[in-house]
Design a protein around this ligand. Structure first.
Ligand SMILES: *Cc1c(COP(=O)(O)O)cnc(C)c1O
Length: 380
């Protein structure tokens, strides 16, 4: 662990080294078995993981692919989004959400978020529907689900397709159903830093629809049926055998890790209740978040981050530039939308360290740094 000059330990935003060291034997065994079988691309481990992941999500089919961005793009294509369609999503997300929509030939329509959760504002989404709207991509950002029962009712009313960007929401629930299981399909990323992470790039789509799953299997593997026949123009976005094997090992620990994340989040929330001027982003009513990221909002963000850094607490910003303000998307949007809640939040959000491997001492250090930073802000 990095130290400050006064010997204070610098708490990182994540600690994959410790996570992996704790299950090193299980991981080595899994990796060695793939080496022994030479099943490096797709294969038995990937297939087993696809089934285990689908069942963890409570759906019938899982299709592994190269990464979470491809997973979302393939899912949009597989459910039937076509060139020229409009797809409603949010700008408060990682660039991949918008990229996947554009790569399908569709046009992203960014709508605002609600001020308490920073997730899609469903009234704004409904107001953005036009005759060209084909799909909605809710993003379960930070590990908290959008109100999916309400979103699905709206989608049915307007005959829209729904693909859930669940890249940050492994095992998150609304009621008793999991992220990715509400829409026509749900995409996941297993980028190493995600709540369930591979040791390289990997992703998957889950769906209850066998036809969509079939299209995905062909789409990710050169449009292939059998070995030599190619029925559609596909691509190469397959999951590696080693990633499948590693993900199976880690999936066995995911519920424990998630429980720990929620415990830490609840400690932070308790501490923040007594500190003025630092407010945690809310968990939506009826949903159980998995805290991929613990995000707070403050005025004077740079001073706040500096105060935490001085006490050995790393912070991040997810995300400082909303997609409608990104150079890459400007040329695509005929007129840039006005998203006041998103824009204000982008200036105020700060991500605190939260990962399952944090020790009680680490957590106490973050809590005490928050209290000190909060007190300094009251005086200032
Ligand atoms: C990580 C992420 C993605 C993309 O996943 P990759 O595996 O990195 O391609 C998409 N959407 C969101 C919200 C993400 O956080």
């Amino acid at each position: 662990m990095t130290m400050l000059s006064d010997g204070t330990r610098m708490i990182p935003l994540g600690d994959l080294g410790t996570a992996h060291a704790r299950i090193q034997e299980e991981l080595s065994e899994a990796i060695n078995s793939v080496m022994a079988s030479s099943a490096f691309v797709l294969g038995a481990e990937v297939e087993a993981f696809e089934n285990e992941w689908a069942s963890a999500c409570g759906v019938g089919h899982g299709v592994g692919c190269g990464n979470g961005t491809d997973a979302l793009e393939l899912a949009l294509w597989a459910v039937g989004v076509q060139a020229g369609d409009e797809v409603i999503t949010v700008a408060n997300t990682f660039a991949a959400t918008g990229e996947a929509i554009v790569r399908c030939g569709a046009i992203p329509r960014f709508v605002d978020v609600t001020p308490d959760t920073l997730l899609m504002d469903l009234d704004a989404a409904e107001a953005a529907i036009t005759p060209k709207t084909r799909a909605i991509v809710p993003v379960h950002l930070y590990g908290s689900c959008v109100d999916m029962p309400r979103l699905m009712a709206m989608a049915r009313r307007h005959d829209l397709l729904v693909v859930e960007d669940s890249a940050q929401a492994h095992l998150a629930t609304v009621g008793d159903r999991r992220a990715g299981s509400f829409g026509h399909a749900g995409s996941f990323s297993f980028y190493p830093g995600k709540n369930l992470g591979a040791i390289g790039d990997a992703g998957a789509v889950v769906t209850d629809d066998a036809n969509i799953a079939g299209r995905l299997r062909r789409g990710r593997d050169h449009g292939r049926v059998g070995k030599y026949e190619h029925t559609i123009i596909g691509r190469n976005s397959r999951m590696d055998g080693i990633q499948g094997a590693v993900l199976r090992v880690k999936l066995r620990h995911l519920e424990d890790w998630t429980r720990r994340r929620r415990e830490i989040a609840s400690t932070y929330r308790g501490a923040l209740a007594g500190i003025d001027g630092i407010s945690a982003v809310s968990e939506p009513a009826g949903a159980t978040g998995v805290y991929h990221l613990f995000v707070v909002e403050v005025d004077g963000r740079e001073e706040f981050r500096a105060a935490l850094a001085a006490q050995g607490v790393s912070t991040g910003i997810h995300y400082p530039i909303p997609l409608h303000r990104q150079e890459a998307f400007k040329s695509i949007l005929s007129q840039p939308p006005s998203l006041p809640v998103t824009e204000l939040a982008a200036e105020r959000i700060v991500t605190l360290p939260l990962y399952a491997e944090m020790s009680e001492e680490d957590i106490a250090q973050v809590v005490s740094a928050l209290a000190t930073a909060g007190a300094a802000r009251r005086v200032a």
